[in-house]
Design a protein around this ligand. Sequence first.
Ligand code: G3H
Ligand code: 13P
Ligand code: ZN
Length: 309
Amino acid sequence: MPLVTTTEMFKKAYDGGYAIGAFNVNNMEIIQGIVEAATEENAPLILQVSAGARKYANTVYLKKMVEAAVETSGLPIALHLDHGDSFALCKDCVDSGFTSVMIDASAHPFAENISITKQVVEYAHDHGVVVEAELGKLAGVEDDVKVDAKDASYTDPDQVQEFVEKTGVDSLAIAIGTSHGAFKFKGQPKLRFDILEEVGKRLPGFPIVLHGASSVPQEYVKLINQYGGNMPGAQGVPEEMLRKAATMAVCKINIDSDLRLAVTATIREHFALNPSHFDPRQYLGPARDAVRKVVRHKIVDVLGCNGKA
Ligand code: G3H
Ligand code: 13P
Ligand code: ZN
């Protein structure tokens, strides 16, 4: 099976009340850990590449490794551009064989967001590629750009119909209180399910995307700090909230930080316990296993997409 778009996956996820995991990939071990978990659970998968990942690993390497994942697993896998910030970047990904791109023009005023998104949609659709856009602004850190909580804004349900109609976009990321990175909530975690519900009513059958959906497992934060790290106590998105969102209109849930925490905690612990190791396989192997464990847990206990490939 070749790489697939998200069209079929989202339709089934919407109707079935579950969500597909979209995991950020930056190197071979992360890709392998994710794909091993999805294979064990027979789950559909979105592997997503940010502009930072393209710069770090080279988009050709990432694309070839994702093709290897498709070939070895036989799973339906979509290759997605995460947070494309320009038509040029989205076009480059469409031209190089991605099956899905995100144009994130959410920092622009509404009318400009529409016109940039529409331009990407026209080009992508002409090439059989689907498009995700964003309305509203998440807080947190993306590609070294920090959006302060005070500059973040919830999605306005009154705008979603017009946005989708005018752009022809295939899925929409909305801001309901999640944020990027490992530090999400200072106090009690709170998501605006009222906004999600209202958006769902305005766009029946239409797939919604949740960014900034890492749960920040405390066992990894503790391990990092136990072995020389210095991460402030942080709250992620409680998994029961993600499960609830997955039963609503949310069909795609983005997870990156939890994988980073698992990799870093595992490698820190490994060196603390094995200070003389210097073969990268000795610590990257356990890091890959940790990614597999996190993703398997997400698929089965959070997303509910196990057995849906
Ligand atoms: O939303 C951002 C993703 O976590 C990607 O992060 O831009 O550092 O690769 P990155
Ligand atoms: P997290 O930082 O919560 O993992 O969010 C990742 C994300 O939204 C990627 O687009
Ligand atoms: Zn994101």
